[in-house]
Design a protein around this ligand. Structure first.
Ligand code: ATP
Length: 233
């Protein structure tokens, strides 16, 4: 579904991704783990087209590496940014409604809203609350909900559990599993190596802007090199 080859990305003169190759197959959760500054956010931004990049990015067989971000989103490649980008003075419901902007999403927005709220009872109780007054975890749910309103074919999640209380971390990982089970393909970037690899059908380790390890999630969890680098040996 997503096929990335020889991807380089830049902030001005500074190169942050080097020759990245990765694949995401339909219906799976692919995970990219990496430490602070490894380039996880840059990878998602390069795929969305919001930073300078060069290389081959095919989404459903179509080359998207020269498309502007709004066209990439129209095709169903949707990102939930790390800092969530909610509108704090709008209600949860209004924030969700704003997600239904792609042409494919608009006609089915009412039905999608029901599905999203059924998936997230905690959000359902708070549809009239302004987003800025939600807890961090609830804001993350709202950001994921808004992305689901766009009817993603591939949902990219940027460190959705960063800074959340343990109970919300579990809730978000359960939610990711549920979203996958409803048929949405997921690319998750995370620092939480144990939890995210346990969920991953396919996984990559990003270090200094390069993929240094890849394999099945379970296999990588047992990989001695990964254990040494991330799990304390
Ligand atoms: P984190 O978990 O801290 O968000 P990350 O793995 O998502 O880390 P990136 O945010 O992609 O990493 O950063 C990768 C590299 O790019 C870092 O060296 C960072 O300093 C650099 N970088 C990020 N944003 C910019 C920017 N706007 N201008 C210049 N360099 C940047």
């Amino acid at each position: 579904m997503l096929d990335v080859r020889a991807l380089n990305a830049y902030y001005g003169e500074i190169q942050v991704l080097y020759d990245v190759a990765l694949q995401v197959h339909p219906g799976e959760v692919a995970v990219v783990v990496g430490a602070n500054g490894a380039g996880k956010t840059s990878l998602i931004n390069a795929l969305s087209g919001t930073i300078d990049r060069e290389g081959e990015i095919h989404f459903d067989g179509t080359a998207i590496d020269r498309l502007p971000p709004h066209e990439v989103a129209e095709m169903g490649l949707i990102q939930v940014p790390e800092d969530r980008h909610l509108f704090p003075f709008l209600t949860v419901r209004e924030n969700l409604d704003l997600g239904a902007y792609p042409t494919r999403a608009r006609p089915v927005a009412a039905q999608t809203l029901q599905e999203v709220l059924d998936l997230m009872p905690r959000l359902k109780e708070r549809t009239r609350q302004v987003a800025g007054s939600l807890s961090g975890g609830e804001q993350q749910l709202c950001a994921i909900g808004r992305a689901l309103m766009s009817k993603p074919r591939l949902l990219m999640l940027d460190e959705p559990t960063l800074g959340l209380a343990p109970i919300m971390v579990s809730l978000v990982f359960d939610l990711i599993r549920q979203i996958r089970d409803t048929g949405t393909t997921i690319l998750l970037v995370e620092q939480n190596v144990n939890r995210s690899l346990a969920l991953a059908d396919r996984a990559y380790v990003l270090e200094g802007g390069s993929i240094v390890l890849e394999g099945g999630g379970q296999a990588l969890l047992k990989d001695e090199r990964l254990k040494a680098a991330y799990l304390g040996g």
